[in-house]
Design a protein around this ligand. Structure first.
Ligand SMILES: [Zn+2]
Length: 298
């Protein structure tokens, strides 16, 4: 086993120094891909020699030559690996995020190409659901788009989308948070979100909406308080406001699938705001280990 050299931090000069060519990026991917050792994907053999492409590995037994990008989100990328790394760096470290228009300008790529790659990255940023929120957890729903944002009641009603959100409160401070688009405010729509993101033993607090009542059978400590126009949940309402401001800054319209991607992107950064030094490496790890679904298959 070897210790691979992880890129740490958000310093773009350091980043440009470490990643100057495609070869630098192939090495980085190869180090991640085979960090627990080499196993041939075809025959399971564990001995290899240098393959044809940079940092690819060729099986000594069956001669299968596997590139560092094969089976990762970088496979069949429409632009150079170096550009892909730079885009991943921008998206993971820039607090305001990067729109596909912004990426298109900066890297001289078609906007659609950037849009597709950004979509892949957002898939990688989706939480594994393995670390549910614990302790005090405030839950609420809010709308994105539609009348609230447009200012004209009734108009654009169809575009308005409902989001459920949960935020940990740790000693009066913000903890971690997750959010998901939902069809409606029914307990059936709330349930999958609760099951994925909230520990059964958490002290969940919601407003008095009836949709939360049936969840009390699984979440014994769930309490309901009068919302008092949001004043009962000040941290959560600040968090929702920040998401809305961020969303307005980064995109104008997005489909429901895309909104979920943006919520995942936002919370990936938010939940790592105290360990941003590891954020780029963490994203690349996820992109190496993730097989992307097809765009039209979500
Ligand atoms: Zn083999």
């Amino acid at each position: 086993m070897f210790a691979r050299e992880k890129f740490a931090g958000m310093n773009s000069i350091k980043f440009y120094q470490q990643f100057q060519t495609d070869i630098d990026c192939y090495k980085y991917l190869s180090d991640i891909k085979w960090q627990s050792g080499y196993i041939c994907r075809k025959c399971g053999h564990t001995k290899y020699y240098q393959g044809v492409k940079p940092y690819s590995r060729r099986c000594m037994r069956c001669k299968y030559d596997e590139s560092a990008t094969a089976g990762t989100m970088f496979d069949k990328c429409k632009f150079s690996l170096l550009i892909a790394f730079h885009i991943a760096f921008k998206i993971s470290t820039k607090k305001k995020g990067m729109s596909s228009e912004g990426l298109s300008e900066e890297f001289e790529l078609r906007q659609k190409t950037c849009w597709e790659f950004k979509w892949k990255i957002q898939q990688a940023l989706k939480s594994s659901g393995r670390y549910p929120l614990k302790g005090t957890v405030h839950v609420d729903e809010f709308y994105v788009g539609g009348e609230e944002e447009g200012g004209k009641r009734g108009r654009g009603k169809g575009k308005k989308r409902l989001v459920i959100i949960a935020l940990e409160i740790v000693k009066g401070e913000f903890g971690r948070a997750y959010a998901a688009t939902i069809k409606d405010g029914s307990s059936a729509s709330f349930k999958p979100f609760f099951e994925r993101y909230i520990d059964k033993d958490a002290d969940v607090v919601t407003d008095e909406w009836t949709g939360y009542v049936p969840l009390k059978s699984a979440y014994k400590k769930l309490r309901q308080l009068p919302s008092n126009k949001g004043k009962s949940f000040p941290e959560l309402h600040i968090h929702i406001m920040n998401i809305k401001i961020w969303l307005r800054g980064i995109h104008h319209h997005c489909s429901e699938d895309r909104l979920q991607g943006y919520l995942d992107e936002y919370h990936f950064r938010f939940n790592r705001r105290n360990k941003m030094e590891a954020i780029f490496d963490s994203l690349i790890n996820r992109m190496v280990q993730y097989e992307p679904k097809r765009l039209n298959n979500t």
